[in-house]
Design a protein around this ligand. Structure first.
Ligand code: NDP
Ligand code: 8X3
Length: 247
């Protein structure tokens, strides 16, 4: 049975992935800061699931958790870099620097660091990496400023990894979803009411939609790499360029 290491398994896409991969016969290491959520997932998923509680930005805590992985969770075949967040929707000139720093540290810094830590094992096992980018990587929108830029980094890092990993058998995919109803907008805005309004009437994608897609990516034959995959709900598309008229 292969093992997946899923960052941010306490909510949304990561939690749905933990369920989907265990359901498909994988072993799963699920990480996150919220111990109560990890305990509930452990109780639900049983022996195929191993909880690892740490802040993804804390390298020492992360290394301690990885070093303590028991068999059969200590041989990782798939890294799903999912933990991430957006904070704020203000225009750049009004945004909080601390929000920007948190997004950069989490979406870029921690993702790079976890990848660096697990790459030797993934090479040894001819494993795979799935990185959570976003449509925000590919299309600018007002208030997307640093969040979109972090996701553009994730997409380009994924493609560049492919170049370096040629010949190793390691596969890398950048997943780029649009609107998925999770705790994402609650975290971004701090308001459940605002979050509910964002998704109202949209029929957005679900965390399960993305988890099913990631399982499909992971279970392609070993000679086939899905480089990037952009997904949107049918009720989401692009808007015209913004134009400001003077006077
Ligand atoms: P949720 O807010 O529902 O889940 C985010 C997960 O990330 C949680 O498990 C949270 O765990 C974890 N996380 C955040 N910060 C940290 C941290 N410092 N240390 C450890 N874990 C952390 O959001 P989603 O499921 O929607 O988001 C998952 C990924 O998908 C993100 O990278 C997001 O940018 C991306 N994405 C989301 C889209 C959407 O529309 N929802 C669309 C495109 C991409 P905890 O708080 O317990 O630590
Ligand atoms: C989340 C999708 O469109 O809210 O990455 O930026 S979006």
């Amino acid at each position: 049975m292969p093992t997946a290491f899923i960052t941010g398994a306490t909510a949304g896409i990561g939690e749905a992935c933990a369920r989907a991969f265990v359901g498909a016969g994988w072993h799963v290491v699920g990480t996150g800061r919220r111990a109560d959520r990890l305990a509930a997932l452990s109780a639900e998923l049983g022996e195929a699931f191993h909880a690892a509680e740490f802040d993804v930005r804390d390298e020492a805590a992360r290394d301690a958790a990885i070093d303590a992985l028991p068999e059969p969770f200590d041989g990782i075949d798939l890294l799903i870099n999912n933990a991430g967040l957006a904070l704020g929707l203000e225009p750049a000139q009004q945004a909080s620097l601390s929000n920007w720093t948190t997004m950069i540290e989490t979406n870029i810094g921690a993702l790079v660091s976890v990848t660096h830590r697990l790459l030797p094992m993934l090479v040894e096992r001819r494993g795979a990496i799935i990185n959570l980018s976003s449509v925000a990587a590919n299309y600018p929108y007002p208030g997307g400023n640093v969040y979109g830029a972090t996701k553009a980094f994730v997409r380009q890092f994924s493609l560049n990894l492919r170049s370096d990993l040629i010949g190793t058998g390691v596969r890398v995919c950048s997943i780029e979803p649009g609107m998925v109803e999770t705790e994402f907008t609650l975290v971004r805005t701090g308001s459940q009411e605002t979050s509910d309004k964002v998704y109202a009437g949209v029929n957005p994608m679900t965390a399960e939609d993305i988890a099913r897609t990631m399982l499909w990516v992971a279970e392609q034959p070993p000679h086939l790499n899905i480089n990037s995959l952009e997904l949107m709900p049918v009720n989401q598309a692009w808007s015209p360029f913004l134009v400001h008229r003077e006077g």
